[in-house]
Design a protein around this ligand. Structure first.
Ligand SMILES: [Zn+2]
Length: 258
């Protein structure tokens, strides 16, 4: 990490909230969004349409969960069982913008949360499975854990650089933010790669499922964005689909490498 890169950050207002979760396919403004949505009272959506969407999601998630967990266990054989014991939830607060994310529960279990606006926005089950696969991917590749380590390293370095600053927390904030934006774009691409495999192995269409990426805004190749631009994500998905098809043509199963 270079000092110059850290200084550029001072031009931005730095988010102080911790990155406690890996968000899914929405723009990289998750921290600001959640801060805003916290102020508003939750507005549960309980329409017949919402109930139907939740019932459908549960049925789809029930098909994907064993496959995601099995793949997870294949990579984390020596870790505690909870590492791959996923909890899949729906938040029916209509005040939240469409989103899905992975977090870690207090008990250390990975949690995948879809909110109701996300469920009302998806066009088909392939899209649901792709986003689910993406969130499984964040845990399989241990992105929250890696982000924490990177942020701690960033905070130590930031503290050293800004040790003389009047604002005693500046170094911490700058270092933490730097760590977050440096790695998160690559993590999103890795989660997409794993999502392609999970979607395919669950019997859904990963090409169709990833079309949602085309409608997304907010991703950027700029260094301070947390999400890569959509064309880069689509390109990576296509490449992975090609590998899966080629392996199938030889009667094999493509290995998951991210
Ligand atoms: Zn993500």
């Amino acid at each position: 990490m270079k000092k110059a890169a850290l200084i550029i950050l001072l031009a931005f207002s730095l988010p102080t909230a911790a990155l406690a979760s890996m968000d899914a396919t929405e723009s990289g403004q998750e921290t600001k969004k959640s801060a805003k949505s916290k102020k508003k009272k939750p507005k549960p959506i309980t329409t017949a349409k919402a109930k139907k969407a939740i019932a459908n999601f549960k049925a789809v998630a029930a098909k994907v969960e064993p496959i995601g967990e099995q793949i997870c266990r294949s990579f984390h054989k020596n870790k505690p069982r909870k590492t791959c014991d996923f909890l899949i939830k729906v938040n029916n607060d209509g005040n939240q913008k469409a989103n899905a994310f992975q977090s870690l529960g207090k008990d250390g279990r990975p949690v995948i949360t879809f909110n109701i606006n996300k469920l009302l926005k998806v066009r088909n089950n392939d899209e649901i499975v792709f986003v689910l696969g993406h969130e499984f991917g964040h845990q399989i590749a241990q992105h929250i854990q890696k982000t924490r380590i990177h942020q701690e390293q960033g905070m130590l370095l930031g503290n050293a650089i800004y040790s003389d600053d009047d604002d005693k927390d500046k170094g911490k904030r700058v270092g933490k933010f730097h760590a977050m934006v440096t790695y998160s774009k690559e993590f999103e691409l890795e989660a997409d790669v794993i999502a392609v495999h999970i979607t395919d192995r669950a019997g859904f269409d990963a090409g169709r499922g990833s079309r949602d990426l085309k409608r997304l805004r907010g991703g950027s190749s700029q260094w301070y964005s947390t999400h890569p631009p959509s064309p880069r994500r689509i390109q990576r998905v296509k490449k992975e689909l090609g590998k899966i098809r080629a392996a199938k043509a030889r009667g094999k199963v493509a290995p998951i490498v991210w």
